[in-house]
Each structure stands twice: as structure tokens, then as C-alpha cells.
Design a protein around this ligand. Sequence first.
Ligand code: CIR
Length: 258
Amino acid sequence: MPSQKALIRRPGPRLAEGLVTHLERTPVDVGLALEQWEAYASALRTHGWETVEAEPADDCPDAVFVEDAVVVFRNVALIGRPGAESRRGETAGVEEAVARLGCSVNWVWEPGTLDGGDVLKVGDTIYVGQGGRTNGAGIQQLRATFEPLGARVVAVPVSKVLHLKSAVTALPDGTIVGYEPLVDTPSLFPRFLAVPEEAGSHVVLLGGGKLLMAASAPKTADLFAELGHEPVLVDISEFEKLEGCVTCLSVRLRELYV
Ligand SMILES: NC(=O)NCCC[C@H](N)C(=O)O
């Protein structure tokens, strides 16, 4: 039986200095952020995920957004090379954590850059966003790592948001969901459902039809409930101020046998 583990990383003391690209900076309450992070981790555990913490990287304000440091397909991890220099120190602790969990480890090399937030897996299809943080060389290296394992890598332009998964994620049936004004080319996706809120584009599949979502997307949560899904809402307001979303606060590992 494969294990269900979720890699997370505790927010550090410099969180409020995290990068902001597409938003205006507003003050982050680090104490409240820690409470929200604890509640997020607890929601994962309540729904059957064992949480595993990567070593803190307290010099890196954005280290809590752990998903950006790695892409995992089956039991193979590709350690990213963050598009933002200030985030490069985040990968070492994540590499150590995924190796300890039994992944075999590969790396993105210069001149490639790749952030995990640009990578959306839907079955054996891996969509990768080319935009602010991930470049063509990074995409080539992603292909070289995962196509031999049976993945089909589909590159898509991202120009209106930070990462591909800031614009789109997928429901359990594979339907891509996104807030249309922020999606460059919705027609690239075989089944696309437009949602009424930006934060409604972000879902984490908890299993059993349950969708972890931000409390800031109540209309989308209602839409998904009407479609027979079960939204589980968490307040992540302090991370949203830094362009974070529910997806980037964890890396879900489903196919490990350790
Ligand atoms: N995958 C994600 O959406 N990650 C959010 C990263 C936010 C962070 N402030 C950054 O700009 O890198």
C-alpha cells in the first residue's frame, strides 16, 4: 500500500520579507501566519496525510512555500533551481527530506530554472508553465527526467501570475480549474472549468473527493460542492499576501513505498 506523506516546512522569522511580484506589498502578521500554517498542516493530517517537516531554511523568507523547491513524479524527485535568486538556499533541506523519504533525486542545472509551482500533474500529463520563474532550459530538463518514466510534458505560457498553479489546478476527475482572466491560454487544456474567484483556482486533492481550498474563495467552494466535491476550507490570508496559495505550502507524495 503506497504511503500518503505531505512534505511541509515551518514558516521562518523573516516570512514578512517574502517576495511579492504581482501584488502590492501589505504587512504580514508572522504570528498569525504560524497559526494558519499549523491549521493547514492539521487539515492535511485530519484527512489521512502524514506530515513530514523539511529542515527550516530561516535565512530564506519564502521557504514555507516548499512546493517550489521540488517536483515529484512516482518516486523520482527533481530538485528545482528557483527562478528567484533569494530562494536558491531553500533546495538543500528539501533534497535531504525527499531522499530520506525514499525518492531518487535529480537536479535542474544552470542555465535551467524551474519552480515546482509551475508544474501541474494530471495523471501522466505534466503541465509546466514557462514564465517568470521557469525557463525553457528548465522545461527541457523536466522532460528529460520524467518522459522516460512515462510522463507527457506539456509546456504552457504563463504571463499574468507568478506560477502556473497560481492560475490553474485540477479536480479529481482531471478537469482543469482556473480564473479565466489570469489564464494565458485556457484552450490548451482538454477540459477547462472557469471559477469565479482567483483563489478558487487552487485546490489540493485530499482524496475521497475532498478539496483543500482557501477560505477566500467561498463562491468557488459552493460551485465545487454543487458538483459533488467536498471543499475543506483553510484561512491562509497571511500567505496570500505573499502570493502563496494552498498548493504551495506542501508537496504531496502518494507513490512512495517506505
Ligand atoms: N507555488 C507558489 O505559488 N508559490 C508561492 C511563492 C510565493 C513567494 N512569495 C515567491 O514569490 O516566490
